[in-house]
Design a protein around this ligand. Structure first.
Ligand code: NAD
Ligand code: UDP
Ligand code: UDP
Length: 348
């Protein structure tokens, strides 16, 4: 529903050209707000926000959040950070800097503007969890020196910064712990399980299951997640979080592979590959807090959410482009290198 002019806000979304960020921007614009999208296009893309070209309430600045940012806004969603293991391990130091220095800059901005700021944290703060399902009061089981720690520890440190800016400077903060989310506009070669399986199935390539496929994840459709983020941002001042946002329906990776094969009607075979280091064995959010405080619950089942996601990937995959997924990764990593070398801070 469109807001009255008086209640219209100017909202900053960092990481807004990414998968979740671009859907969040669509929702905020639908709600009648003005949106400033800040992104260095490391893993995001202009295609994700192409449809907003000419929308007078939308602006884009190409900028790296590890550098200071002086703008005037009423609210900040801090999403800037690569999210897939392939992407965040590509340049681990930049990943930590984005989480930590990016959080400091965005919190400094929120402090100066006295505005609300929401952090997109992650279920990865729980690491390879020893309690199941994960509740917000669980402190986690994270390897501080492993290949995933640039992301996990970066996000944990960002949470610390959010709470310290709140305690020390009374900045109004909100912390969402997001569990595996999927949907249209995921990067087709980000290496995440949903995008990998769908692309492989559509290309008729083998579905790569890491390990024996008995590890579990809980998959949330992006529209549900965005709804949860907006509800958390709009919640009463005393609700700081962290709040788990995710779909508690839990599946083994092997079950997911079968769903994707069914929905794509693909005859791809299954190929077992080694399990990556520190791969969590199980993950399922306890969402009692989100249900109680935000009246939020995910609506879209995995089977239902896979349909538009598959349709999206189908539209990307042209039969004329005869390259394999592996070649796509190589091609896209070259693209990422170019993006990370880009002298950030420039205007698009
Ligand atoms: P994504 O990679 O599609 O989006 C991240 C965006 O941040 C990209 O557009 C990227 O270009 C931008 N970015 C990265 N580093 C930046 C920097 N230094 N300065 C400015 N922009 C930068 O990933 P996503 O899945 O949309 O994730 C969005 C947020 O949600 C991330 O913070 C991620 O950690 C969090 N999250 C996502 C999931 C998930 O399953 N998708 C789960 C948990 C948490
Ligand atoms: N900052 C920013 N925009 C602002 C205000 C601050 O990017 O509008 C950055 C600035 O780089 C600063 C950081 O946020 O270093 C932290 O700000 P804070 O006020 O907490 O600390 P200080 O200015 O003392 O470093
Ligand atoms: N995975 C898999 N095949 C793939 C990609 C991932 O079996 O092609 C597994 C991966 O080992 C993990 C799960 O799927 O157990 C989810 O991986 P993803 O990278 O999507 O997210 P995360 O590990 O961060 O939850």
């Amino acid at each position: 529903m469109a807001h009255l002019y008086e209640s219209r806000k100017r909202i900053l979304v960092t990481g807004g050209a990414g998968f979740i960020g671009s859907h969040l921007i669509d929702e905020l614009l639908r709600d009648g707000h003005e949106v400033l999208c800040v992104d260095n296009l490391f893993t995001g893309s202009k295609q994700n926000i192409d449809h907003l070209h000419g929308q007078p309430r939308f602006e884009f600045i190409r900028h790296d959040v590890t550098l200071p940012l002086y703008v005037e806004v009423d609210e900040i969603y801090n999403l800037a950070c690569p999210a897939s293991p392939v992407h965040y391990q590509y340049d681990p130091l930049q990943t930590i800097k984005t989480s930590v220095q990016g959080a400091i800059n965005m919190l400094g901005l929120a402090k100066r503007l006295r505005c609300r700021i929401l952090q997109a944290s992650t279920s990865e703060v729980y690491g390879d969890p020893t309690i199941h399902p994960q509740t917000e009061d669980y402190w986690g089981n994270v390897n501080p020196i492993g290949v995933r720690s640039c992301y996990d520890e970066g996000k944990r440190c960002a949470e610390t910064l959010f709470f310290d800016y709140h305690r020390q400077h009374a900045v109004e903060v909100k912390v969402a712990r997001i569990f595996n989310t999927y949907g249209p506009r995921m990067h087709q070669s980000d290496g995440r399980v949903v995008s990998n399986f769908i692309v492989q199935a559509l290309r008729g390539e083998p579905i790569t299951i890491y390990g024996d496929g008995t590890q579990t994840r809980s998959f949330c459709y992006v529209d549900d997640l965005v709804n949860g983020l907006v509800r958390l941002m709009d919640s009463s001042t005393d609700l700081i979080g962290p709040v788990n946002l995710g779909n508690p329906a839990e599946f083994t990776i092997r079950e997911l592979a079968q769903f994707v094969l069914d929905e794509t009607r693909s005859s791809s075979s299954i190929l077992t590959q080694p399990l990556p280091q520190d791969d969590p064995k199980q993950r399922r959010p306890d969402i009692v807090l989100a249900r109680a405080k935000l009246s939020w619950t995910p609506r879209v089942s995995l089977r239902e959410g896979l349909k538009p996601t598959i349709a999206y990937f189908r539209s990307l995959i042209q039969p004329a482009v005869l390259v394999t997924s592996r070649e796509y990764v190589a091609y896209d990593m070259a693209g990422l290198k170019a993006a990370s070398a880009y002298p950030a801070g420039g205007q698009a």
